[in-house]
Design a protein around this ligand. Structure first.
Ligand SMILES: *Cc1c(COP(=O)(O)O)cnc(C)c1O
Length: 379
């Protein structure tokens, strides 16, 4: 079976983990955590960075930091991973879901304004497949309505919009180092705090509601329970693994972009014949090669294609069941109709894609795709 994802080892992972053991400090906020945080902030020109155990945890920290309370409303795309919705619902918020754009799963910014009312506090966005949302409009919208903006940047490490890093537009941004992301620590995430007014409190929430981070810096004589919080910091073992990946980010991106381009070339004939459509990538230099996704004409074709590929030993997957149609949300709220989101959920396919996927495997996958459409049509 050709797997959908395979973790990549860039070289120094084991060495750094061994070194963290030698240093005698394997809980959180040690040498490797600090190295990851400063390299990440510096390399991608971001605000203050705090390493977390996941992007999910970073999103939960956002909801606490933004003081979300019962009755507050949060706007986000329905074509989305479940974590942002959970994070805000756990603080008592109601979620208002927005539809996707017609030609891309990113949220349609023009559909946000009618959802804003006096209870609205936050807009959470996702730069899906590494493609930036319309940040000019979003920044204006959040300013006009005095809302906080959170960027879920899990697909867009190293991305920019008009030359400015993704993850710097929101007062807060989150990243993921889950094994399916461009760089990984197995499970891991990063919270980016761009708003100076939130930096001190973020450290406290990160350390179980205590001022232990300030204590380590010698700023207070004892550390105390001063706020809400939880254990959001990962162990040094994870941070050591991540540092090796982070240091290899540029090489990893070259491998991924080459693999992405090989697929794109391989399926071009299927695009030309109108069997599949590529998601638009604005400029070639902006391709972050997070995933390789395309759409087919309808749900039946998508299901048949996935079944066909599986029978041939290729594990391709679909993506995001719409959150507004999920069983948990339907218990909380009435049905919404978000046609473009629903359409992407029915038609989008992701091919096996990982950093060191081989040319042979990619050729095999592409040939099977071509076989599928040949059998179904007089191709
Ligand atoms: C992967 C992902 C997450 C969750 O990340 P974890 O690190 O697994 O918690 C959240 N949002 C998006 C958009 C993701 O792709």
């Amino acid at each position: 079976m050709i797997s959908f994802n395979k973790p990549y080892i860039s070289g120094n992972e084991i060495k750094y983990i061994e070194d963290s053991l030698t240093r005698g400090h394997i809980s959180g906020n040690g040498y490797y955590t600090k190295k990851c945080q400063s390299l990440f902030a510096h390399k991608f020109k971001l605000g203050k960075c705090l390493l977390t155990t996941s992007c999910t945890d970073a999103l939960e920290m956002c909801a606490i930091l933004l003081d979300i309370k019962e009755g507050d409303e949060v706007i986000m795309p329905s074509y989305n991973f479940v974590s942002a919705a959970n994070a805000f619902i756990m603080r008592g918020a109601t979620i208002k879901f927005v539809d996707s754009n017609k030609n891309h799963p990113n949220l349609d910014v023009t559909k946000i304004r009618p959802l804003i009312n006096a209870r609205t506090k936050v807009i959470v966005i996702v730069h899906y497949a590494g493609v930036a949302c319309d940040m000019d409009e979003l920044v204006q919208l959040t300013r006009d309505n005095n809302l906080s903006l959170v960027e879920d940047t899990a697909h867009a490490i190293g991305g920019t919009f008009k030359g400015k890093s993704l993850g710097t537009f929101g007062s807060l941004a989150t990243f993921s180092f889950h094994e399916t992301k461009n760089i990984t620590s197995g499970e891991g995430g990063m919270l980016v705090i761009n708003d100076n007014g939130l930096k001190e409190r973020a450290e406290i929430i990160w350390e179980k509601g205590t001022n232990r981070t300030a204590f380590y810096r010698g700023e207070v004589d004892k550390y105390r329970w001063v706020d809400l919080g939880s254990s959001f910091l990962p162990s040094e073992l994870n941070a050591a693994y991540l540092l090796a990946q982070l240091e290899s980010f540029d090489e990893i991106q070259i491998l991924r972009i080459n693999a992405w381009n090989r697929y794109a070339k391989g399926i071009q004939s299927l695009i030309d014949k109108g069997h599949i459509s590529q998601l638009p990538i604005p400029e070639e230099e902006d391709n972050l090669a997070h995933m390789f996704a395309f759409t087919v004409k309808d749900e039946a074709t998508r299901n048949d294609l996935l079944t066909f590929l599986k029978a041939e030993g290729v594990l391709a997957v679909f993506h995001y069941l719409p959150l507004h149609l999920s069983p948990y949300y339907l218990k909380l709220s009435k049905v919404a109709i978000l046609p473009y989101c629903e359409s992407f959920a029915k038609r989008l396919v992701r091919l096996p894609f990982y950093t060191d996927i081989s040319l042979d495997i990619q050729e095999f996958v592409v040939n099977k795709m071509i076989d599928f459409f040949k059998e179904r049509t007089d191709f």
